[in-house]
Design a protein around this ligand. Structure first.
Ligand SMILES: [Zn+2]
Length: 444
């Protein structure tokens, strides 16, 4: 998830993306064209990872890693490391755009233009948001095309041609227009009515809004970009539903999403909460994953389910939102006292303040990058361990880690993993699986 989205959608929508693993975009894969980054489709269990009385988890891990062709590994390392820089460039590019909107007083002019449309204040907010969104989308477009289209194609991860890609971008823009307008209208309503306590109620509104978006994501937002269907091949569903029953999960269905319309990435996720909570496998994984690998991945997703990770994440982000609003209140007062006049912003209840709010929010989340990644990575590790115990498929788990290595660097340094990884590294995951295997081999 990049901060680019923050600029386009506003920070609440970004949080929802972080939470729900949503996002993206259409088009069938090109048949017969092997993606450049592809790992071997069938990953065999290397001799060093076969059960034996001298089974060594380190040697087994190295043997799995040795199955990755050097070229594929170099490419996914380069792709993932480039992503580190993009976090920085996205942030700086966004800062420059916000400062332009403020210093050239474009934001003040957009507010004036919105005021000329009607006297009804909530409509001003919607008109301003539309102006803001269209202008920043145009300004951010070069970076968006590079990151979302050319770079993905360069690394063999994208399956869309430019037209369908652009269509998906447009859909994303419309969603940001509607959701952002709703949030902003309510937030400005709060700020105008509750001058002293707005930041507390603003945080409450944002938390409710963002929980609502997580709730509707699997049912209403994902289908805008992709076809979601109930998986009905008993060969695939029976072992998964059996695993679910054995773990006390009351699901009757597993879902499939045609992610191959946009990407070659293999993945699965748990999304939504309450009645909309569901486990989804993408078609790339169904096509290329071995049965053991699919079960290992499902065990992991069930871990998220049983360990209540969705609710924990909502709690965690709620705390961050409250802290963020408290800081926002202070930072807005501070910056408006200094530059408010120059930017022609009349106060925190003035629509022209929006680029400043988004600037401050993006600084907040940029600084918190390692904290957010570490929080999510720790949950992912918990789900990994749960999944290994539930599925009892350490080799399937290692295979999945290698396939996910098509878009993640397998063996990062410690600090690198701490700062940038929102999942344990491929190396760490394979080692955890082999350690599990060793412990279980030694049992009577
Ligand atoms: Zn996970």
């Amino acid at each position: 998830m990049s901060l680019r989205t923050l600029w386009r959608c506003g920070f609440a929508v970004l949080l929802c993306c972080l939470l729900s693993g949503l996002i993206s975009a259409e088009q069938a894969p090109v048949p017969g064209k092997k993606p450049l980054t592809e790992m071997p489709s069938v990953i065999t269990v290397p001799p060093a990872a076969q059960p034996s009385d001298h089974f060594d988890p380190e040697a087994a891990t190295d043997a799995y890693l040795a199955e990755i062709p050097a070229e594929a590994r170099a490419r996914s390392d380069a792709y993932f490391e480039g992503g580190y820089w993009l976090i920085l460039w996205d942030f700086l590019y966004g800062v420059v755009i916000a400062l332009l909107l403020l210093n050239l007083r474009w934001s003040a002019r957009m507010r004036d233009a919105a005021g000329r449309v009607t006297r009804f204040k909530p409509v001003h907010t919607m008109v301003y948001w539309a102006e803001y969104l269209v202008l920043t989308t145009i300004l951010l477009f070069p970076l968006e095309v590079y990151e979302g289209y050319f770079r993905e194609h360069k690394y063999g991860l994208a399956t869309q041609t430019f037209g369908p890609w652009l269509k998906d971008e447009f859909k994303g823009l419309l969603i940001a227009l509607v959701l952002g307008a709703i949030l902003l209208t309510v937030l400005f309503g709060v700020v105008r009515r509750l001058e002293r306590t707005w930041w507390i109620w603003g945080a409450v509104v944002t938390i409710l809004f963002f929980s609502f978006v997580v709730l509707i994501t699997p049912v209403y937002l994902v289908p805008i970009f992709n076809k979601v269907s109930k998986l009905n091949d008993p060969k695939v569903t029976q072992p998964i539903l059996s695993l679910a029953r054995a773990n006390g999960i009351a699901v009757k269905d597993v879902y499939e999403v045609d992610a191959s319309r946009q990407t070659t990435r293999m993945s699965a996720n748990v999304s939504g909460f309450g009645h909309t909570m569901r486990i989804t496998l993408n078609d790339n994984m169904l096509r290329r994953g071995s049965p053991e690998e699919i079960q290992a991945a499902m065990g992991h997703e069930m871990g998220h389910y049983v360990l209540n990770h969705v609710y924990e994440r909502i709690m965690f982000f709620s705390i961050l939102i409250v802290a963020g609003f408290a800081l926002l209140r202070w930072a807005l007062d501070w910056s408006l006292a200094r530059w408010g006049e120059k930017w022609q912003i009349r106060g925190i209840n003035d629509l022209a303040v929006v680029p400043l709010v988004i600037l401050l929010a993006s600084i907040f989340f940029f600084v918190l990058t390692p904290v957010l990644n570490t929080y999510i990575r720790v949950q992912e590790y918990e789900a990994d361990m749960y999944g290994l115990n539930a599925s009892r498929q350490p080799d399937g788990f290692a295979q999945a880690a290698i396939h996910l290595g098509e878009y993640r660097k397998m063996s990062p340094g410690r600090l690198e993993e701490w700062v940038f990884y929102d999942h344990p590294s491929g190396h760490g995951r394979i080692y955890a699986a082999m350690r599990w295997k060793a412990e279980n081999l030694s049992r009577p």
